[in-house]
Design a protein around this ligand. Sequence first.
Ligand SMILES: Nc1ncnc2c1ncn2[C@@H]1O[C@H](COP(=O)(O)OP(=O)(O)OP(=O)(O)O)[C@@H](O)[C@H]1O
Ligand SMILES: [Mg+2]
Length: 474
Amino acid sequence: MEQPKRKYRSSVQLQFAAYFAVLTIVLLALLNTYPLRASRDVVFSEKESSLMNRASVVSSSLALLDQITADNTRQVIGLLDVNNLDRVLVTDEAGKAIYDTAEGGEIPNEIARALKGEAVFTSKFDMEAFQSGAAVPVRSGGKTIGTVYIAEYDAEQAAIIVGIQHRLSTISITVALLALVIIFFSIRMMTRRITQLADGVRTVQSGDYSFRLELSGNDELTELGSELNHLTERLETTEAQRRQFVSDASHELKTPLASIRLLSDSIVQDTDMDSATMREFVTDIGTEAERLQRTTEKLLNLSRRDDGVQGELQNVDLRKAVEGTHRLLAPLAEASHITIHSQLDEGCFVRATEDDIYHIVFNLVENAIKYNLATGSVTVKVFREADKCLLTVEDTGIGIPEQDQPNIFGRFYRVDKARSREHGGSGLGLSIVHDAVTLYGGTIAVESVEPHGSKFTVTFPAAESESIESESAE
Ligand SMILES: Nc1ncnc2c1ncn2[C@@H]1O[C@H](COP(=O)(O)OP(=O)(O)OP(=O)(O)O)[C@@H](O)[C@H]1O
Ligand SMILES: [Mg+2]
């Protein structure tokens, strides 16, 4: 149990940590490189335009001379504002230095390209300074008579950029540390809650359906926790119902079996039993066996219905179904001197299986006879109301106490056990009726005023006509 728990926790933590780490690294990398590059590029282009301009001014001033010599070059340059440049180099058309403020300095490569007529600019930034150079040809009468090269070493702007970079690095480190702390705590909090959920699922899985998660917050994890609580609640109810059902069913089967056992033992042990008594005992055994058979048939009916519709769906005529059950129940009604009245409208069709409609009508009318008073009556009505088909079964019987009314559709529930048993009842009839009615989208309601009788009203969605072709239920 412990092993998967740890594995689960660490993998979620690792995943989150990896996502956040990648995100932080990308953000910090961008923060540290992009502004630096952008400001460096701005300085480069500002340097290019300024140096190229100044080199061009020197070049056009020299182009006015007939011939470039060291003397006249010095004079021309003396008139121009070039003092703040680090190097001014003037060459002749062969690339030989005529004037150079950095005496003995190397001839830069740019000169060769300028001699070919190109205006060349180069600049580099090495964290200490911007070293920039511009070389332009000196052209006179359509000929290149020399070149001008100027260079600048700018440590000030470099210092500003380096300063910005330092500040960005400090901010980045602070942000990274802050993000690390926040990430650590949020991941811990989230994984703790996920672990709580997982522990909850494990507890429920182990069979403790009374377990409920304590919920706080208002996010998706809370929603998930609340769904788990609902699920557990349903499992708890279902489990309680299952236990109750098994216990009720065993009890229901136990009683007739015990009677059969007792009666058969009596026959076996009493060797002198006269044939009349023996006949009576065997008849009782038969009655109990019949009760067992009825109960098991009803249990089977209920368990099959749990799997959905069983059989062929058709548009069943409620009127015909009621007439059919009347014929079957007439002997039972006659025996108790009960009259059955019916008012059955035509055109009330319900999309269902014939068997289920038969069970619904039969159980309701049978109850109305069984729980009636001698010489009482039962009234069955079938009629349409808008897009609904209604079936009402009303009796003048003993009625159902108000506190029992919500329970009578439960399995094995009987208001008066003794009276129900007298009629061989098992308390499953209304349960079957309720499940079948619900299966076809209908509702069932009971009204009863003790001791004036009961009225059951079943409402079904009406099927349009008899002619719809029947289809097989899956
Ligand atoms: N019309 C009625 N009048 C008075 N009580 C009723 C009526 N219908 C049902 N009941 C009460 O509701 C209980 C449940 O009825 P239900 O039909 O489920 O079981 P049952 O008739 O006892 O047995 P079964 O129908 O399985 O043979 C009955 O035991 C009875 O107490
Ligand atoms: Mg019944």
